[in-house]
Design a binder for this molecule. Structure first.
Ligand code: CP3
Length: 363
């Protein structure tokens, strides 16, 4: 195993840096992402750092608001590590939000209780796009980078740390629409009526995101995930024009660590996603596992994809559904996860049951 890892590091330019990297006590996630043999399937959960844990809610209360928590590096680090200690997951994900990028570019958001994020100002014209800046993450997002450094010191090599960013298209949705929406029809209107504005905005977000992810990696992130949460509202042709080329730019630019692309609802793009310069593709629960493997091929790791609603079922049913998912993925080149973020009203004991079931499964 050691010689295989080092061999890869020496000959595969993408991982040359891994020779200089810290020794991790648990590197299952990174080995699975790189397609190396694992003795068991690694597991973590999207939105694991959040409201499912009473310990999170206590720290959030102490901070005052979501944004005060996210911009306080010590407290953000504390809630990042909670799921590692309490749930036993195989990776931490830095506590932040995808919307810090628009804010760094000059478009601030507020987080309204029970509503979600709102942008008081939205992008309406090319002049508005021109006013946005390609943000320097060391100036505008230093609080995230500081939180990463604290997490790394406190984890002390126990598990890898995942960094992340929103996909340019998903961020465009919020920047044009101003808030969450089922259809994002105000945002989509621009794709059909002002392609030039849409592409100019996507490129500025992409440039900021590349600099931001590289800064997260320099601060200590061991793997980065791109969340394209609203991919599923686009037609296949629009996805090819407005999302994939920008994700491809990011994947091509990130040569330091493995990259995961999670495009919720983009079942129609799986063959194209297989061509991305990334190691892992995230699946949601609508995507059939065997069909996804066939469309994506053998050279990518797959992540997912249990329906988060399974965690409302009995302990026995959770074990059954989790094992069935693991059987279908086949043990190797798989990172166990839910098919989207865990719902906030999920019982932490049910979450632990899911995680334990993955850890006890023999491959
Ligand atoms: O544990 C983790 O996954 C890390 C933390 C994380 C948050 N947001 C914290 C958060 C991550 C990775 C995100 C990503 C994110 N944020 C996405 C992409 C992933 C996805 O779910 O599709 C999106 C679309 C957002 C935007 C966003 N942030 C929305 C729509 C909301 C409101 C809905 C909700 O879940 O409350 C948020 C708020 C948010 N981001 C919370 C947390 C813990 C809840 C706010 C709170 O604690 O008060």
């Amino acid at each position: 195993m050691w010689s295989k890892t080092v061999g890869r590091s020496l000959f595969d330019s993408k991982f040359v840096l891994s020779l200089n990297m810290e020794i991790l006590q648990n590197d299952l996630l990174l080995r699975a992402a790189r397609g190396e043999q694992v003795e068991r399937v690694p597991v973590w959960m999207m939105r694991q750092a959040g409201r499912i844990l009473p310990e999170y809610r206590a720290v959030r209360e102490q901070a005052g608001s979501f944004i005060q928590l996210a911009t306080n590096p010590e407290l953000a680090a504390e809630v990042t590590i909670q799921p590692v200690d309490i749930l036993g997951v195989d990776a931490a994900i830095i506590f932040s939000d995808i919307l810090v990028v628009p804010e760094a570019m000059g478009l601030p958001y507020i987080m309204e209780e029970r509503v979600g994020p709102i942008f008081p100002e939205v992008i309406k014209s090319m002049a508005d796009v021109d006013k946005l800046e390609v943000a320097n993450p060391h100036e505008k997002l230093a609080y995230v980078l500081d939180a990463i450094k604290i997490v790394k010191a406190e984890l002390n090599g126990r598990v890898p740390l995942i960094g992340f960013a929103g996909a340019p298209f998903t961020l465009l949705c919020y920047m044009l629409e101003g808030r969450g929406s089922k259809t994002f029809s105000k945002a989509k209107k621009y794709l059909y009526s002002d392609a030039a504005l849409s592409h100019a905005l996507l490129q500025k977000i992409t440039d900021t995101t590349i600099a931001y992810l590289k800064a997260q990696i320099a601060a200590g992130a061991n793997l980065v995930q791109i969340f394209d949460s609203w991919a599923g509202i686009l037609s296949p042709a629009q996805y090819k024009e407005y999302s994939l080329p920008y994700i491809a730019q990011i994947c091509d630019a990130i040569t330091e660590v493995p990259v995961t692309v999670f495009a919720k609802g983009a079942f129609f793009a799986r063959e194209d996603m297989a061509k991305l310069n990334c190691e892992t593709i995230g699946l949601d629960w609508n995507m059939d596992i065997a069909e996804s493997r066939r469309l994506i091929g053998a050279n990518k790791t797959l992540q997912g994809n249990l329906d988060p609603c399974v965690l409302y079922a009995s302990f026995d049913e959770i074990k059954k559904q989790t094992r069935s998912m693991l059987d279908q993925f086949g043990g190797q080149r798989h990172i166990a996860n839910l098919g989207h973020g865990v719902y906030p009203d999920t019982d932490p004991e049910k979450v632990k049951c899911f995680i334990e079931t993955v850890k006890e499964y023999s491959i």
